[in-house]
Write a protein that binds this ligand. Structure first.
Ligand SMILES: [Zn+2]
Length: 245
């Protein structure tokens, strides 16, 4: 076994831990962004409802205007035609039709006026809501400026860490790679873990003193935890760290 393997194991385990911490941090940023944006959501909803109302009114208006045009044409035609009718029955029927059309026309005109008033009322409400929405968005943007920046930096840091992890992982011997992948598949977290305070850093079960002593005599070797089977490595001692640096 070599010191190189030990450094590789340390690199794998530490980048994995750092990555885990960064991902947690990223989730906190995402939650903060979502929470702030959530504050604007009700205002946006009101604005969208007003917009939908306006669209509906405009459609109604268009439809009524078309109908009104039809009635106008019909009335004009009947007004010319009716006085010339000689047949009494036909005359009565056409006269009735003309009356109905005129009634329909005035109803449409009334309704159109109503819609126009509603539309007119809607405009200042929409402008007000839009201003409020823009103000809210602006405030959210300002409040989140730092968070969004940190979020971007964290994403970059995670990518960098992942690249570094990949490199370390690929330089590990195949059996270790396979062991790691198997553990991941079985949902065992931190398959490569340090001995921390004479305890397995993965399952936190205390290791036999003899096991630790033997381990310390050959710290560059790795061993499997007798309890959880994780790959254990001995963290660098202070002297080793000093030499390393
Ligand atoms: Zn263990």
């Amino acid at each position: 076994m070599s010191q190189h393997l030990r450094s590789t194991l340390i690199a794998i385990a530490e980048t994995e831990q750092q990555g885990f911490a960064l991902k947690q941090q990223l989730r906190r940023f995402e939650k903060e962004i979502a929470d702030v944006n959530e504050l604007v959501a009700p205002v946006e909803m009101v604005f969208q409802n007003l917009q939908a109302e306006k669209t509906t009114l405009i459609n109604q208006q268009q439809q009524m205007e078309n109908e009104l045009e039809e009635q106008r044409i019909l009335i004009e035609k009947l007004e010319k035609h009716v006085p010339r009718i000689r047949n009494e029955k036909e005359f009565e029927a056409s006269k009735k039709q003309l009356e109905l059309s005129r009634k329909h026309r005035s109803m449409l005109e009334e309704n159109l006026l109503e819609v126009a008033i509603k539309l007119e009322d809607l405009d200042p409400k929409m402008a007000e809501q839009k201003a409020e929405l823009e103000k809210g968005k602006q405030e959210a943007e300002e409040a989140l400026e730092q968070t969004i920046l940190s979020q971007k930096q964290t994403i970059l840091a995670i990518q960098e860490l992942e690249n570094y992890f990949q490199k370390s992982f690929e330089s590990a011997p195949r059996p270790i790679q396979q062991f790691y992948k198997r553990c991941q598949k079985n949902g065992l977290h931190r398959p490569i873990t340090p001995v921390v305070d004479k305890t397995c850093g993965g399952c936190n079960i205390r290791l036999q003193p003899q096991f630790v002593n033997e381990f310390l005599t050959e710290p560059d070797n790795y061993r499997n935890c007798p309890h959880c089977n994780r790959i254990l490595y001995m963290p660098l001692s202070e002297e080793e760290t000093a030499v390393d640096a």
